[in-house]
Design a protein around this ligand. Structure first.
Ligand code: PLP
Length: 354
């Protein structure tokens, strides 16, 4: 069945192992982030014994699905007040930045006789989640330490997400310094110092990862073999564990400029066309309703993507060395946004290999 997302589980497993080894040298443990592939249990099963120490996801729904996997679960997204009751059942460590939510976690944890672990998020400049003001952070900690069913185990930060700020030795060191300050001031152990995501890996290569960082939360690096500060490939990792395969439904020679008055396309944009004469065009059975079309690349590099509507993607196959026919398959590599949407889409079939 097509379109399909073909998933090579062994390649993902290889990437996870490679990253575990890379981080081990710096005494950093990995939380494998599973959200981009909707925490498919087939993939998580394949990576669970590679040495990763945690499973992390933004959605409790996904973590719930992985209840049978014997690794501690981290909830990545700041929890909603309304999901706290679920949280205490399915999450081992949550990342938090609001005392009211933490109080609610304390209440719900008490009801089921649990001590719930939390890490506090610190905003080092990316301006997404976390305490920006250090005094506010310390105020929060003082209140947290009074809560009987909450255990503060760490601090975390997230960079390169909203503000696209690149992790540096300096901003990462700040997180370690804050952790040390907390330990000294309150005489508690802060063992979980979670410095970032796939955009922090470049610090290891440059020998600039501050001592004391104990955790990284890696999603894209494991799934797509890329670090995300500069978008570079990770040496020795696979970038093609995921492949999108679609079927040609029409193949015809047509002019490259539509005939008639140009109005608006299906999405309200007024398109511009370059006249390249008669071209061989293939329509494949995938569209904007199925996945995010802007982040896919044909593996046949001689194919150009001309455009897409809700259900059809039009390709120029004139230059290709392959003599495509109706019913043939065309394969694509996926970037993060395309993988996320393909994994999530109910219109894309998932096929696991290896
Ligand atoms: C998504 C996410 C990650 C993983 O990011 P990658 O760039 O895929 O490694 C890490 N931390 C948080 C808080 C996230 O939301």
């Amino acid at each position: 069945m097509y379109p399909r997302l073909e998933i090579d589980i062994q390649k993902i497993r290889h990437n996870a192992k490679l990253l575990v080894d890379k981080c081990k040298k710096e005494n950093i443990q990995i939380a494998a982030v599973t959200k981009v592939y909707c925490a498919f249990p087939e993939i998580v099963e394949a990576i669970k014994d590679t040495g990763i120490k945690y499973i992390a996801d933004s959605r409790i729904q996904n973590l719930k699905k992985l209840k049978h996997i014997n690794l501690p679960k981290i909830l990545l997204r700041i929890p909603m007040m309304s999901e706290v009751e679920e949280l205490v059942r399915y999450v081992d460590i949550s990342l938090n930045s609001e005392i009211d939510v933490i109080r609610k976690i304390d209440q719900e944890a008490k009801k089921i006789n649990k001590v719930q672990k939390i890490a506090l998020m610190v905003d080092l400049g990316d301006l997404r989640e976390g305490y920006f003001n250090e005094e506010e952070l310390f105020d929060c900690i003082e209140q947290v330490l009074k809560l009987e069913n909450i255990k503060l185990v760490g601090v975390g930060t997230n960079l390169t997400c909203y503000g696209a700020i690149i992790p540096s030795k300096e901003n990462t060191q700040k997180l370690v310094d804050i952790a040390k300050k907390i330990e000294k001031r309150y005489k508690i152990d802060i063992d979980f110092i979670s410095a970032g995501n796939s955009s922090s890996l470049h610090l290891i290569d440059k020998n600039q990862m501050p001592q004391g960082v104990s955790n990284l939360r890696l999603g894209e690096a494991i799934a797509l073999g890329r670090e995300t500060a500069y978008g570079d490939k990770i040496e020795g990792a696979y970038q093609d564990a995921f492949k999108l395969i679609c079927e040609i439904v029409e193949l015809k020679e047509k002019p490259s400029v539509p005939i008639g008055e140009i109005g608006m396309d299906a999405f309200g944009n007024k398109p511009v066309y370059e006249d390249r004469g008669i071209r061989k065009r293939a329509i494949i059975g995938i569209g904007k309703q199925d996945i995010n079309i802007s982040a896919i690349t044909p593996i046949d590099t001689k194919i150009d993507i001309l455009g897409a509507s809700s259900d059809h993607l039009i390709l120029d196959v004139t230059e290709s060395d392959i003599n495509y026919k109706v019913g043939d398959k065309v394969e694509f590599n996926l970037e993060y946004g395309a993988l996320m949407s393909a994994a999530t889409s109910e219109y894309v079939y998932k096929v696991f290999k290896g």
